[in-house]
Structures are given as C-alpha cells and as structure tokens.
Design a protein around this ligand. Sequence first.
Ligand code: BG6
Length: 506
Amino acid sequence: MSGAVFFIFGATGDLAKRKLFPAFYSLYREGKLGENFAVVGLARRPRTIEQFQADVKQSIDEFARYKIDDEAKWTSFSKHFEYMSLDINDMEGFKKLKSLTVGLEEKFQTGGNRLFYLALSPELFGNVSLNLREGGLVETEGWHRLVIEKPFGYDLESAEKLNGQLREVFEEKDIYRIDHYLGKEMVQNIEFVRFANAFFEPLWNNKYIANIQITLSETVGVEERGGYYDHSGALRDMGQNHMLQMLMMMAMEPPSRMHSEDIRDEKVKVLRSLRLFETAEEVRENVVRGQYKDGTSANGKPMPAYREEDSVNPESATETYFAAKVFVDNFRWAGVPFYIRTGKRLPVKTTEVVVEFKNIPSNVYLAKKHDLQPNLLVFRVNPMEGIYLKMNVKKPGSEGVIIPIAMDFCQSCQVGINTPEAYERLLHDAARGDSTYFTRWDEVSLAWEYVDRIAKAWSERKDDLKFYPAGSWGPKEAQELLARDGFQWWPVNGQKEGEVEWVVTV
Ligand code: BG6
C-alpha cells in the first residue's frame, strides 16, 4: 500500500471507536499499513494529542482483534496519530488543517495521498466536501479519496442532491461509499463459490433453482438510535443497501474480468432487471411490513414495544421488519422468486442466504416412493461464517430409506473469530484504490428507485402495518407470502430441528 494521511471526521464518535481505530491497528499489526501513514482525528471536541492517543488505545483494548501486548509496537503505532479540533463550518480551521497535513506528509513521507473518511451524519457530507476544496486539501500531488458511510440519502431525490454536492469536489472514481456488508468475508465469498466451482454455476438458473431466500435477522431493538431509525425504518436501513447488495451478488452474471468496474457493471445489470412495483396493490401483495410490539426474548426477558423505545414516536408507523418477494426479470432468473426479509427483535442474530433447488423429476422412482427434501445451499454470513449443503442419501443399513444429510463447512469454527473485520478490509481496499466492494452511484440510485416505490405505497396506506411480538419471527403474513407459492422460510442453518440426521463437518 502506498503511504497516505487518513482524516477521520467524527473521530470522537462511535464508529471511529468501535470499528476504525481497531481496523487501523489490525492493519498495522499485519504490516499492511507500513510506516508511511498518519491518522488525523477531527471532531469539534477539544482533545490534546495525548488524550486522543489514549482514546485510541482504549478503543483498541476494547474492540480490536489484536491485543496491545508489545509496548514498543504500540508506541510506534500511536506516534502516527494526531488530533485537531475542527468546527466543520469554520474555513480557518480547514486552512489550519492544510498546514498540519503538509507537516505530516513531510514527516511520514506519505506521497501527498489523502483519504478523507466522513464518519459523520450525511447532512454534513456536502459541506465538508466543499470546505475541503476551499481549504486547499484536495489539491495534492498524490491521490485524494472520500470514504462515506450510509445512509446515502433518504430517497432517490435526496440521494441525487447529495451526490451532486459530492461530485462538485470529487470524481466518482474517488468516492468510496461504504456498505459494510460488502466487506464481510462470506458476502465476498458468494462470488468465489459461484464462479470457482464446476458444480454450482451450471445449476445457477431458473431451470434448477426454485427460490432464493435472504434473511438478515437481528435480536436487538433500536437501542439508542430511535431518532434515526424512526425516520428511516427497515426498508431504508437494510433493504436499500445490504439486502439488495446480497441479492446482486447472488444474481449477477460472471464478470468478464475480476476488475472492480466489471464486477460492478454486472451488479448494476441485476438492479436494472428488478421488476419494479407498478401499483400500491402490487406492493401490498408482495411486501409485508411489520413493527414489533412488546414480547419476550429467547431467554425469557420482557422486551418493550417499538413505540415505547427512546426517541420513537409513540404512534410511529415505521417498520422494524419487512419481507418481500422480488423478481429479477432476465433470462437466468425469470420466474425465480427471491424472498428477502429483515427485522429487529427477531429470535436470533443471523444473516443467511439459502438457495433452494428444484426437486428432481417426480417420475424418477425414488421421488415417487419418498417425500424428498429439496437440496439446499446455504451461505452463512453472520455471525457464523460458512457454507452448508443439504442433500439426500440412503440411510446406512436400511432398505432404501432416504435421509437428508448436511455437509457443513464452518469457516468461523476453523479460523476462529479472528477473521478480519469488514471495516479492516474496506479501509485497506480504499487506501489501495480498490473500489470493488464499494457502491457505485448507479447502484445507489437504482436501489433507491426500487425502494422508493415501496415506500410511496406504504406512505399512502398506514393500515398495512402488521404487528409482531418482540422475540418472534415477524408477522404471519411473511409466512403466507411464501406459502402462497408452495414454499416456506427455511429455518436458520437450513434445517428443521431434528430433521437432519447427520451433519458432516468439513
Ligand atoms: C447497519 C444498520 O447498517 O447494519 C443497523 O444501520 C444494523 O440497523 C446493522 O443493526 C447490522 O449489521 P451487522 O453487521 O451487525 O449484521
């Protein structure tokens, strides 16, 4: 990696503390950062450099994969950290930042490369970008890149406006929009499993696949984020980004080259093929929206209703759950439903993508005699990482009794919980100029176009909101959505309790 100065706007915030500082430390420990770098923490709050370095140390102690076990190493790492108090509306502050930067570039020989990471509220992105330009910070001999967090707008219109502001200062190729799901090991692995195995890709189409299910379930409620969440809801918070990104990874055509732009071109084609809902009636038939009421957690703890959470409107009609049937209208996927669902206060924390294959023809003697289970391929994304394959075999010693078995590759059991965090990978990629796992503007805008139609239909009919008890699997209408097509949501790990007799772990 070439050297760089990293500017962390929002350096005293949660994201910096939980994800960014630990990511820097891991990259440093693994030799990926080298020594030619500086990190400048920026926030309004006054902090001395020593205080800031102590904050960074505390965040690493609490959240990093590597512990600080070598004082000398820690000292050499912490010397790369600087802090400057900055009011983002104060031009003088940006000018001061410029002279600080020039000094750091000299000291750490970073080649004039600058990466601006905005761990800030999106309303501030436009202003900060303009001030970076006015303050002379984007004029440099090296490269300059902008890394920003979601949400990228509230709908297509606001996203376009925001994009326009950013593009006044940065070129598209220099804007790195984070969707942290794209940094997850198993989401990236979808591409490899699909395109590196002879026995998946030939079956990856409407001839052999009955449906694809994407579940992103969380046990948490809205915690301290009630204010943001009540304005956003599950569709915007998870649907427009993480869920559609996973869908694209599953549905895209093999790219002609494994290059960032070629991969993103293929993903965009999937979004262009999504069947847009034309009427509110179509939305009602294909999308279920829910909100949790009070309930109990798996360990019997009572949990309040969403409307009782902090900073949530007591009459809120915001969805904390949604499930949708999505179609990708192209040659490969015509007729195959993609069922997606996400929700807060569900029974388990899990992200899984299940491919359900079509049954073998029923005129085959085995299928006639037995009630065969469909083959499943499951990508376990989060928190367990791995791949799970369910197939039918003869029960050993029996007279032709068929049983389903599972081959379970548990990646997280093998490499432990020490796999690189999504943020580590993404920070490293942005610093190397690899934008493969960042969202391009055309992806963002097409995803909004899809989601806006649903949001519009919901805004017209508040009575569509279905309530589910906290700690349950969401409204019953979400089960009906699949049952109408003769399918069911596959339980976590692709198996029903007690159904799979053997699990072969590889
Ligand atoms: C974020 C959402 O993007 O993703 C949160 O804003 C959600 O509401 C989080 O909790 C889930 O991420 P992960 O990695 O914990 O599954």
